[in-house]
Design a protein around this ligand. Structure first.
Ligand code: C2E
Ligand code: MG
Ligand code: MG
Length: 658
């Protein structure tokens, strides 16, 4: 509270002066000869009173000065206006807080007098702190490198002394974000006397443009698993070489494709992790054998591509072959993973840029060679592209087109090969349905010729649906004729089996054809069964719960692990013909056949010996306790009429069925 109010004192003095001079007015009037001479004196006294009463003093105490020296006077206060002003201030506070919150920058303030530090939410986020433990620099100090903290403290101190702003980079101390860098800056706010009252600062993430670009480049052009180029970049590189070859006809380069054989089986037999490790080892080995300027890419799940740029003389044997052979030999070496030794087989194809016009051509040549090799005896070897391969590829494309037409024209028919129970007077236990293509020009075509193409192109799906329906209709016809126990086995390809709605599709066909599920059996190859084992088990369980039986076809050619086999709800193993062929003369094959019979017995599964052609083979199998036989010895696949004839002769309704 103030003792003296200067304004009141001045006003009082003025009044006092007014009264003092007014006292002399009567005396003056009397002493003056001319009364009018007193008028100026009276006016002056009146003016004194007027000033003393009415003068409004300037409000010096409420005058505010901002840092930029702009004077502001608060508006006159009425109760209504003062409510608005408060609201206004609150809104401004909220607005400021919102601006701080939405800003991409972090903010901080340091109050010099109280020593308190405020960190905005964004600043705390950048410092990877949930909230500041106290109003201090502690949160910052504990999260940056010690040297950075010292640097910051010095900069802040200097800034407080000089009033200059500062800005510096600090590294965040966090194991997972070692490379994260922050930029902290500060501006000092001073009072009228030039003393620092607070520091207001910003905190930002530093984006290292170079590092970011490098990272971006890596993701766009590299395969994340192996670090070699990805397919996209491989095609770009290839295009450059094709363009160079257009300009310089003597420029030669080669494309080598490397495919890991049966890679799916590695994933399913071991684990995806092991599969990933194999891919990494393979890519490292390719890198170690290539020349430094060659481009290596992973262009498919288990396919690597190498561009051998600038071949000297273009002679594949003397120039390209040594490199390719070196890669092939290195990649094939046993791989040590988790203390285990893993053997892999790889197929490589090579195409040179002679006679190609575009990227697609050279890739198509290399792919055609690879495809051809993987099907044939050279599987696991090296093959150079030759014109003939491309012709064959063209033939394949033609075949694909014809298969499409044949599905529409219903040119596919089923033959039925009997399966005989040799322990029950050679009664027929069932049939295997085998597809044939009855083509108007070429006659009957074997499935070996078109099933692989149908599988590759996905045409097996409509074709398979057609086959299932035909087989079910035929089986139903035989059941209705009185052969109630007859069972028809239908082959299912991997693609068909992997279809999401596969179980529902089978159910629907059974319903539509009114066939009891016990008269149907599905055959899937050992390889199909091992792909995506867990999903396969699930599908098998669903089929099995419908009353359907499942056979594992071509058993012995895949990679079944016995532990999986035990978990599969299957009923039958079909021993592959390749073991039957030589079991009577080859001791190894005989031992293998005995082993398969033993596995089936120990797992309590039926076993069908497939491809039995002669009495010796039959005698061997009989002696080893094999009950069910399929093969030319008993019958070739028969058309439906002949199959019915066979059925009439060999059917006996018995309890046990296939
Ligand atoms: P698979 O399922 O293992 O069928 C057995 C094959 O062995 C049949 O050949 C059959 O005719 C043949 N075979 C049976 N016994 C003997 C014998 O004693 N000697 C000889 N040399 N061969 C015998 P096919 O009909 O040519 O079928 C070949 C393969 O084509 C089948 O092998 C199967 O994998 C596939 N296939 C056949 N029909 C279909 C089908 O409808 N759908 C699917 N997805 N694949 C089918
Ligand atoms: Mg079969
Ligand atoms: Mg088979």
């Amino acid at each position: 509270m103030r003792l003296f109010d200067e304004k009141k004192i001045v006003r009082f003095l003025l009044l006092f002066a007014g009264v003092f001079f007014a006292v002399f007015i009567p005396e003056l009037v009397q002493s003056m000869e001319n009364v009018f001479m007193v008028i100026p004196y009276v006016m002056a006294v009146g003016f004194l009173f007027f000033v003393a009463i009415t003068y409004r003093f300037p409000i010096v105490g409420n005058k505010k000065k901002m840092r930029n020296d702009v004077e502001i006077v608060p508006p006159p206060t009425t109760s209504f206006q003062s409510r608005d002003l408060q609201k206004d201030l609150l809104e401004r506070d909220e607005l400021f807080q919102m601006m701080v919150d939405v800003s991409a920058n972090g903010f901080w303030t340091f109050d010099v007098v109280s020593g308190k530090v405020y960190w905005s939410q964004k600043a705390l986020k950048l410092l990877m702190a949930e909230s500041a433990a106290d109003d201090s620099f502690e949160v910052f100090k504990t999260r940056v490198a010690e040297s950075d903290w010292i640097h910051f403290r010095e900069s802040l101190q200097k800034s407080l002394e000089t009033g200059e702003s500062f800005s510096l980079k600090v590294g965040l101390l966090n194991a997972s974000s070692k490379e994260q860098c922050l930029q902290i800056s500060g501006n000092v706010q001073q009072n009228d006397e030039g003393r620092p009252i607070r520091v207001i600062g910003a905190l930002n993430e530093v984006v290292d443009k170079f590092a970011a670009e490098k990272q971006n480049y890596y993701y766009v052009y590299r395969d994340a698993l192996t670090g070699v180029y990805n397919r996209k970049f491989f095609l770009e590189k290839l295009k450059v070489d094709v363009d160079v070859a257009h300009q310089r006809p003597d420029y030669l380069f080669a494309v080598a494709l490397l495919d890991i054989d049966s890679f799916g089986a590695i994933n399913t037999s071991y684990s995806i992790n092991v599969g990933d490790n194999v891919l990494r080892v393979v890519s490292d080995r390719i890198k170690s054998q290539c020349r430094s300027n060659d481009s290596i890419a992973r262009i498919g799940p288990d396919v690597f591509a190498i561009i051998l740029h600038g071949i000297q003389n273009g002679d594949s044997d003397s120039d390209v072959m040594p490199i390719v052979r070196r890669i092939h030999n290195a990649v094939k070496m046993p791989i040590q993973i988790d203390g285990r030794e893993l053997y892999i087989s790889v197929s490589m194809s090579v195409a040179l840029n002679r006679d190609v016009d575009c990227v697609e051509d050279i890739l198509a040549n290399a792919t055609a060679s690879l495809r051809e090799m993987k099907k044939g005896v050279n599987h696991g070897g090296i093959q150079f592209f030759s014109g003939g391969i491309r012709e064959k590829a063209m033939k394949l494309y033609k075949l694909e087109f014809e298969i499409r037409k044949a599905i529409q024209a219903q040119e596919f028919v089923l033959m039925y090969q009997p399966i005989i129970d040799i322990t029950a007077d050679n009664r027929i236990a069932g049939f295997e349905a085998l597809v044939r293509w009855n083509q108007s020009e070429r006659g009957v075509i074997s499935p070996a010729e078109f099933i692989p193409i149908a599988e590759e192109t996905g045409l097996i799906i409509p074709m398979g649906a057609l086959i299932l329906r035909m087989a079910c209709l035929q089986a139903k016809q035989w059941v209705d004729m009185g052969y109630k126990d007859i069972q028809v086995a239908v082959n299912f390809s991997a693609k068909q089996f992997a279809l999401d709605n596969m179980v529902d599709d089978v159910k629907r066909v059974l319903l539509e054809t009114h066939l009891n599920p016990r008269n149907l059996k599905l055959e899937i190859t050992e390889y199909t069964a091992m792909c995506e084992a867990e999903k396969t088990i699930e599908i098998m369980r669903a089929l099995s719960s419908m009353g359907l039986q499942i056979s594992i076809d071509d058993f012995g050619t895949g990679y079944s692990s016995l532990s999986y086999l035990k978990r599969y709800p299957i009923h039958t193993l079909k021993m592959d013909k390749s073991f039957i062929d030589h079991m009577t003369e080859d001791e190894e094959d005989a031992a293998f056949a005995r082993m398969v019979i033993g596995i089936a017995k120990s797992l309590n599964l039926d076993l069908i010996a497939e491809g039995v052609e002669n009495a010796d083979q039959l005698a061997f199998l009989k002696a080893e306790g094999c009950r069910l036989i399929q093969g030319f010895y008993f019958s070739k696949p028969l058309n439906p009429d002949d199959a019915l004839g066979y059925l009439q002769e060999h059917y006996e309704p018995v309890k046990a069925s296939v």
